[in-house]
Design a protein around this ligand. Structure first.
Ligand code: HEM
Length: 255
């Protein structure tokens, strides 16, 4: 009996101390996006100081790898007032915050300005199960493009009028939203985070693609459906960048 109690307690302690492992398949993922600009003071550092600063930041990211899924994107030249965007995904927004707070104390972080940050959570589908014909097409669609090179992050907000439509009306409008999008799944990957009450947006949409012309046409098609009349914010900011590993971002910064 004592052995059983010991094993049970060990299992409970193990899971309590490893939050990433406790995420059930349908538990929300907490996503935090942080857009950084490197301060001019960084350029006054010696090459060794820059390398050390980047190494400290890299060691920190590495130390969170069991708890945080970390993606980085180089935005300099494509998005105003920024050098890179990071996306943190974990079981709790506070874990994302912990990483960002510790990052600020590294040799690199001391020269970074956090220009924009926003958090949201993933949820199950609200509408698509009500149009199973299109849902089947969504599930069947396969990405066929070359590996993605671009990221686009677009926060969106809907009007009060939208939220006060009946569920049936919203289903009909989202169905209309979905129709033109299916063809684009060949070249565009997407992910949606819900942010109502957590940010000044209702959704954070993020896309990866190798084809910006397709992406531009996709968004144009979505601006031409009735659902778009309920969008009172699209972007602000829209963040455009290129996919880079953290080591690649570090190398660009250390130059
Ligand atoms: C290949 C491209 C796209 C596909 C296949 C797609 C498909 C869908 C589907 C099926 C839903 C309903 C999800 C549900 O059932 O809860 C949805 C929701 C949504 N989509 Fe798209 N979409 C695409 C592109 C876009 C773009 C480019 C934007 C905006 C820039 C966008 C913004 C949204 C938003 C904000 C929602 C949430 C709406 C709500 O829950 O009220 N989508 N999309």
């Amino acid at each position: 009996m004592q052995i059983f109690t010991f094993v049970l307690m060990s299992v409970l302690v193990f899971f309590a101390g490893n939050p990433a492992r406790t995420i059930a398949a349908d538990a929300p993922v907490h996503g935090t996006f942080a857009l950084f600009e490197v301060e001019p003071t960084w350029t006054t550092l010696s090459s060794d100081e820059k390398t050390k600063g980047v190494q400290e930041a890299t060691a920190l990211v590495e130390s969170f790898k069991d708890r945080v899924t970390f993606d980085s994107y180089w935005t300099y030249g494509l998005t105003t007032d920024s050098h890179f965007l990071i996306r943190l995904q974990s079981s709790e927004a506070k874990i994302n915050q912990e990483l960002l707070t510790q990052l600020a104390g590294t040799g690199l972080g001391r020269h970074l300005d956090l220009e924009f940050t926003i958090s949201g959570i993933t949820k199950g589908l609200n509408y698509a199960p009500d149009f199973p014909d299109l849902l089947a097409q969504l599930k069947a669609a396969k990405y066929e493009g070359d590996p993605s090179t671009y990221v686009i992050m677009i926060p969106t907000r809907k009007s009060a009028e939208w939220w006060n439509l009946s569920k049936e009306e919203r289903v009909a409008l989202i169905r209309e939203h979905t129709v033109p999008t299916i063809a684009y799944l060949k070249t565009v990957k997407r992910k949606l985070f819900h942010a109502t009450g957590l940010a000044d947006a209702d959704f954070i949409t993020i896309f990866e693609t190798n084809n910006l012309e397709d992406f531009n046409n996709l968004v144009l098609a979505l601006r031409m459906v009735k659902e778009d009349k309920y969008n009172i914010r699209l972007g602000s900011p829209t963040v455009l960048g290129t996919l880079k590993s953290w080591n690649e971002v570090g190398a660009l910064l250390a130059k």
